[in-house]
Write a protein that binds this ligand. Structure first.
Ligand code: 13P
Ligand code: G3H
Ligand code: ZN
Ligand code: ZN
Length: 354
C-alpha cells in the first residue's frame, strides 16, 4: 500500500532537488488522471481536496476513491492532502477520512475570507500540528495571503480567499516573520504568498518581478534552506487551453498565469509542492467543449469525460516532468504513519534554520 505522508515526499523532493505538483480533485476522472499520469512517468502523487471538493463528492465517496487509487496504483506513493483547511475540525475530519496531510490555512479566519492576525494563525496552526503529528500526518501552514499583487485583490470566483482589497504587505510573506512562524508552529511545509491569486485571472500581462515576487522565495530560502515551501495558485493558464476553450464557444478574456519557468526557478530555491487546480479544470473544459461542439448529438458522458480525463492526464504528466518528479516514485519506500508519529515524538522533524 502506497499511501504516504506529505513530509516524506517533500523530504525526498528536497534531497533530490525537485518539486511535486499537487493537483486538486473533486471527481473520479480527476483522480484517475493524476494517477495515470504519475504511473506513466513514475512520479509520486499528491491529490488534494478543498472543503468544497469534500462537499461535492462527499467524504465517504472521496475516501473510497482514494482507497481505490491506492489499490489500483500500488507502485505510486500517494499523498492525500486537505487543501486550505479553515479550522481544526476540518483538519481533524480529513485525518479521520484517511488523509495523510492537512493544510491549516490560518492566514484567514474560520470563514475562509477574513484576513487573520499573526497570533491567531500561530495558535490555530500549532494546535493542528500537535493533533496531526501525533497521528504521523503532515501539516502545511500558510503565512501571507494568496492574492494578486497586480490587482491587490483575490480572485472572487474562487471559494477561498479574502474578499476585500489587500495591501502589498498582505500578499507578500515577510521572510523574518516566516522564520518565526516556522519556529513557533513546527509546520512541515510553509505556503508563502508571492503575488499570485487563485483561478484563471492572475495577471493581465506576462508576469515580471513587479507582480510575481519570486525574490520573496529566495529570501525565505536563504533564511531557512531546509524548509519545504509551497507555491499556491500556480496554474500556468496555458494560452493553448484558453484558445481551445474560446474556439468552442467559451468566453475567456486573455489572461496570464504563473509560467512554468518561474516555478522551476522556485524549485531551485526550496519550493517542493506546487498547487495546481485551474489548469486541470481548463484541460477538461477544453476537451468537453471540443467534443460537444464537434459532435452535437453526443449523449454519452464517457465520450466527453474520457477525452477530458486524458487531456488532464497529459497536463499532469507535463508538470511532473517539468518539476523533476518523474522517475522518483519507484525510489521511495513508504514510511507508515505509525513510524512517522514516533519520529515526530522523538524530535526527528524539528525545524532547522540557516
Ligand atoms: O492553489 C491552488 C489550490 O490550493 C490552485 O491554484 P490555481 O487556481 O492556480 O490552480
Ligand atoms: O484553493 C482553491 C482551489 O482551487 C480549490 O477550489 P474549490 O474550492 O472550488 O474546490
Ligand atoms: Zn490562504
Ligand atoms: Zn491555494
Amino acid at each position: 500500500m502506497a499511501r504516504v505522508t506529505l513530509r516524506q515526499l517533500l523530504d525526498d523532493a528536497a534531497e533530490h532537488g525537485y518539486g511535486i505538483p499537487a493537483f486538486n480533485v473533486s471527481t473520479m476522472e480527476q483522480v484517475i488522471a493524476v494517477m495515470e499520469a504519475a504511473r506513466a512517468c513514475d512520479a509520486p502523487a499528491i491529490v488534494q481536496a478543498s472543503r468544497r471538493a469534500r462537499r461535492y463528492a462527499g467524504d465517504i465517496m472521496l475516501a473510497r476513491m482514494i482507497d481505490a487509487a491506492v489499490e489500483t496504483y500500488p507502485d505510486i506513493p500517494l499523498c492525500v492532502h486537505q487543501d486550505h483547511g479553515n479550522d481544526e475540525e476540518t483538519c481533524a475530519s480529513a485525518l479521520q477520512a484517511g488523509f495523510t496531510s492537512v493544510m491549516m490555512d490560518g492566514s484567514l479566519r474560520e470563514d475562509g475570507r477574513t484576513p487573520a492576525d499573526y497570533a491567531y494563525n500561530v495558535a490555530v496552526t500549532r494546535r493542528v500540528v500537535d493533533l496531526a503529528h501525533r497521528a504521523g500526518a503532515s501539516v502545511e501552514g500558510e503565512l501571507g495571503l494568496v492574492g494578486s499583487l497586480e490587482g491587490l485583490e483575490n480572485e472572487a470566483e474562487d471559494g477561498h480567499g479574502a474578499e476585500d482589497a489587500l495591501s502589498p504587505e498582505q500578499v507578500l510573506t515577510d521572510p523574518d516573520e516566516a522564520v518565526r512562524f516556522v519556529r513557533e508552529t513546527k509546520v512541515d511545509a510553509l505556503a508563502i504568498a508571492v503575488g499570485t491569486s487563485h483561478g484563471a485571472y492572475k495577471f493581465s500581462r506576462k508576469p515580471d518581478g513587479a507582480i510575481l515576487a519570486m525574490q520573496v522565495i529566495k529570501e525565505i530560502n536563504r533564511r531557512m534552506p531546509a524548509m519545504h515551501l509551497v507555491m499556491h495558485a500556480s496554474s500556468s493558464v496555458p494560452r493553448e487551453l484558453q484558445d481551445l476553450i474560446n474556439r468552442h464557444g467559451g468566453e475567456m478574456p486573455q489572461t496570464w498565469g504563473v509560467p512554468v519557468e518561474e516555478i522551476q526557478l522556485g524549485i531551485r530555491y526550496g519550493v517542493r509542492k506546487v498547487n495546481i487546480d485551474t489548469d486541470c479544470r481548463m484541460a477538461m473544459t477544453g476537451e468537453i467543449r471540443r467534443v460537444l461542439a464537434q459532435s452535437p448529438g453526443e449523449l454519452d458522458p464517457r465520450r466527453y469525460l474520457g477525452p477530458a480525463r486524458a487531456a488532464m492526464a497529459r497536463l499532469c504528466r507535463d508538470r511532473y516532468e517539468a518539476f523533476g518528479a518523474a522517475g522518483r516514485a519507484s525510489r521511495i519506500k513508504v514510511v507508515p504513519m505509525g513510524e512517522m508519529a514516533k519520529a515526530y515524538e522523538a524530535g526527528a522533524f524539528e525545524p532547522r534554520f540557516a
